[in-house]
Design a protein. Structure first.
Length: 409
């Protein structure tokens, strides 16, 4: 098949959502046949800024990128709902297409139907990560393949969830160090998906890049966020994040992970009324260094048994780090961002945390969140308004596509 024929087949598939399954599947297969990009790294330019803009992250591998990858400065999370007429075969075709586009875009190459190919030349460390919502399994007749059976994040007393930030059948997480690369990737993904799925929500996030003082970024509350994270590349990280082969883990999910997305509005005006000592007591850490109270450095182990002269704990019983600490081994890996939607008409900040965590099992997150919801001092200054869970399939090898282990059975 020639390149022009390849693109024509693809456009027909995307333009006619009601086409037969056979046409959709063959068109998608044609779009993949013999044209998957190679894993080449672009020549290194001499200018530092150009080098950063042309940085590439591998798409193919045992795990999807955008999880263990060093967090980029910008993120765009898109959730979609499956159209009623889309069946398993059409969804398989769709995953082939968006996997192909993601593979190209992350390497600085245009998608097959890209009308602005020059915008793809500087990927700036772009990663594209796909995950499936629980309801998608039911819609596609795959309910028995859910990693944890019928599942949903339980409601917590502190939640004030808005449907516009909650749930979804498919998540596409886009991350890059350049906003233009991010927006272009979003455009390509939405063009592929809109004939088969509707946009449920879109959330943009930002975070500072690491500095010489700390690898841990600050959030909009001014705290170092993610100090206790397990380090990618360690056994602790693998045990925390990746689903291992086990009798109660579906075979297709081995090497995958569970993704939680929570939109948490921060009452910044209320937070600002606290002095530094009050903020540190609420967090259980020093604001400047991130050291636990009673410690001297960010990564010091918190001493939860330490007492002041009067007998009170150095780290309060309802401080955030004490409530988040787990004695049962439950850990999560946070890869969160900040959001800022601008002030309201009355000048109130509409900002907060785009909380993203990855864990092998949803119960790891739930165990921690239950303790936080019960008595975390930060609950007075934060309000969860969105909550979603997605099952992130393992990565794919060259010539394959994300979700193949589940869908192509």
């Amino acid at each position: 098949m020639s390149a022009s024929e390849n693109q024509l087949s693809r456009r027909r598939l995307l333009g006619y959502a009601a086409a037969t399954t056979g046409v959709a599947a063959s068109a998608a297969a044609g779009a993949m046949g013999g044209h998957m990009i190679s894993q080449r790294v672009r020549p290194q330019p001499t200018d530092d800024s150009e080098m950063a803009s042309q940085r590439v992250e591998a798409f193919f591998g045992p795990h999807q990128a955008g999880i263990a990858t060093d967090p980029q400065a910008h993120a765009l999370l898109l959730a979609f709902d499956l159209n009623e007429e889309v069946d398993l075969e059409r969804f398989m075709a769709l995953m082939r297409i968006i996997s192909d586009d993601a593979a190209r875009l992350t390497q600085g190459q245009p998608a097959l139907a890209d009308n602005d190919p020059t915008l793809a030349k500087n990927p700036a460390g772009l990663t594209v990560t796909f995950g499936f919502g629980p309801m998608l399994f039911t819609k596609l007749g795959l309910a028995t393949q859910l990693p944890e059976g019928p599942v949903r994040i339980p409601g917590f007393d502190i939640d004030r969830l808005d449907v516009q930030w909650t749930d979804g059948d498919l998540i596409v997480q886009l991350c890059a160090d350049d906003e233009l690369a991010l927006i272009h990737a979003q455009r390509m993904m939405v063009k592929d998906l809109r004939a088969f799925m509707s946009v449920r929500w879109a959330q943009r996030g930002f975070r500072p890049l690491p500095t010489v003082l700390s690898d841990t970024p600050r959030n909009v509350m001014g705290q170092l966020d993610g100090t206790s994270n397990p380090r990618p590349g360690t056994d602790e990280f693998s045990q925390t994040v990746w689903a291992d082969a086990a009798p109660d883990v579906p075979e297709w999910f081995t090497g995958g992970t569970t993704m939680v997305v929570r939109r948490i509005r921060v009452e910044l005006d209320e937070w600002d009324r606290l002095d530094e000592v009050g903020k540190e007591l609420a967090l259980g850490r020093k604001m400047d260094s991130g050291a636990p109270l009673g410690g001297t450095a960010e990564h010091d182990e918190p001493d939860f048994a330490a007492r002041k002269e009067g007998g009170l704990p150095v780290i309060p019983t309802n401080a955030h780090i004490r409530r988040a600490h787990s004695d049962d081994g439950a850990r999560i890996f946070r890869r969160s961002y900040n959001f800022d939607a601008g002030p309201t008409a009355g000048g109130t900040p509409e900002a907060g945390l785009l909380f993203v965590s990855f864990q092998a099992r949803l119960r790891q997150f739930v165990a921690i969140q239950e303790r936080l919801a019960e008595a975390d001092m930060l609950n007075s200054y934060t309000t969860p308004v969105g909550s979603s869970v997605f099952f992130v399939p393992p990565g794919c090898e060259y010539g394959g596509w994300v979700g193949q282990t589940l869908l192509d059975r």
